[in-house]
Design a protein around this ligand. Structure first.
Ligand code: FAD
Length: 390
């Protein structure tokens, strides 16, 4: 193994590279890898057939591996089919005139009140948009090399980056815009890492494996892309730890008692892990953002930009890339909602409410980022060593 290239604090975060690698390897990666195989987290509801709102479909995908196999109706969990039984927002906020409100409002400490169907202001499509939604088994549709390249893929990334900072040259970018750019760039790095991790090395013999030169050319060669990957990982981790009470109390029922118990136990280990809490108690400090005098307007503007990025995912011309693009952007949108749509700890003003699909996206996104951090940490130094010697 070569020497460590990245040391010190991850830029704009509150944790250093060594700690991130250690907690990822020892704590988060093993828990997440198991969690995403369990029934609650492996079925994602998604609208795969949708018209691109920006330009005509130019989808070009070379491999059969582009297509997604959808779940037959009898495969995904029964409870996912039932309408939500959760309380409405009104029941949670408006306590006036209710006997329990006059007694002690704080008695009801349960923050999770059931899965809800509320729109996420950060995303373009979500669970409330039920038309043509299908369930996909993520375990059967891994994110990997699909052969989706060329103008179509390039146009998506170009539009996504243009959406990020339409007006400002980089030196004038405020820290909120910078954070949004880094989130997207970190996600892009992670997608590239997964392509390199699971690549079709020999098409005629159908041999899959690591493509280390691709990992170097697309990610490792650019320190900023690696830094942004770590930034995105810590940002999403902060959202997950901030929503820990809610997520720990949430209902993970799939009518499969044995598996559901395992889910509950892993969720607890993930959200209340003492090692994680002591090593990296505040992965990202969201309170630093939106402090300027134009904070509220800026938030609205960035929210609109992120919604547009989410809409662009409908234009991804390869089904499997679209599936993972939508899932991961919804996961980021959920992290943004947790960090910036709820006022501090005061859940009474604006209680945190999440959709089941948002939590599935959030945890799967964290798992993908965790895999990428792991692969970069494991392979990075040795590849750099080989390159140096050439
Ligand atoms: P691209 O990755 O297309 O990058 C385009 C340009 O963006 C680069 O030239 C560079 O200037 C800039 N750039 C690259 N990385 C970063 C970064 N981290 N930060 C900032 N700027 C950057 N392909 C698959 O095989 N499997 C998939 O699952 C898959 N999923 C995708 C999901 C989405 C949402 C999109 C848009 C594309 C997906 N693709 C997938 C395609 C893949 O991301 C690449 O676009 C494709 O492999 C072509 O790569 P490229 O080398 O031309 O550079």
């Amino acid at each position: 193994p070569g020497t460590r290239k990245y040391t010190g604090m991850v830029e704009d975060c509150c944790c250093d590279y060594e700690t991130v690698d250690a907690i990822n390897e020892e704590v988060l990666h093993p828990i997440l890898q198991e969690l995403v195989t369990l029934p609650f987290f492996r079925y994602f509801k998604v609208k795969l057939w949708c018209d691109c709102p920006f330009w005509p479909d130019d989808g070009m995908c070379r491999l059969r591996d582009c297509s997604v196999c959808e779940c037959p109706d009898n495969e995904f969990p029964e409870p996912f089919k039932k309408p939500y039984s959760g309380l409405s927002l009104d029941n949670m906020i408006c306590q006036e005139g209710k006997p329990q409100a006059t007694v002690d409002r704080t008695l009801d400490t349960k923050v999770f009140k059931g899965w809800v169907e509320t729109d996420n202001p950060w995303t373009y499509d979500d669970e409330t948009d039920n038309a043509e939604m299908t369930y996909v088994n993520l375990q059967l549709n891994p994110e990997r090399y699909t052969g989706y390249t060329g103008d179509s893929a390039r146009r998506i990334w170009d539009s996504v980056y243009k959406e990020n900072c339409p007006k400002y040259p980089s030196e004038e970018m405020c820290q909120e815009m910078k954070a949004l750019y880094k989130l997207i760039s970190g996600l892009h790095s992670s997608i590239s890492v997964h392509i390199a991790y699971d690549y079709l090395l020999d098409e005629s013999a159908n041999v899959w494996g690591h493509n280390l030169p691709l990992l170097y050319d697309r990610v490792l060669k650019y320190p900023e892309r690696v830094q942004n990957l770590y930034f995105t990982y810590l940002f999403v981790l902060r959202a997950v730890t901030k929503a820990a009470d809610y997520l720990e109390q949430a209902e993970y029922n799939t009518d499969n008692p044995e598996e559901d118990l395992k889910t509950q136990s892993l969720v607890k280990q993930l959200f209340y892990n003492p090692k994680l809490r002591s090593a990296c108690p505040l992965p990202f400090d969201e309170a630093k953002l939106w402090q300027g005098e134009n904070g509220p307007e800026l938030k609205q503007e960035i929210q609109k930009q992120f919604r547009n990025i989410s809409a662009i995912m409908d234009c991804v011309g390869c089904e499997k890339c679209r599936l993972w693009g939508k899932l991961q952007v919804l996961g980021l949108g959920t992290a943004l909602k947790i960090l910036f749509s709820v006022d501090g700890e005061n859940h009474l003003n604006q209680p945190l409410q999440l959709q089941r699909n948002e939590v599935i996206a959030l945890v799967n996104l964290l798992n993908r980022l965790s895999e990428s951090v792991n692969f970069v940490h494991e392979k990075g130094p040795s590849i750099e060593e080989v390159i140096k010697q050439q």
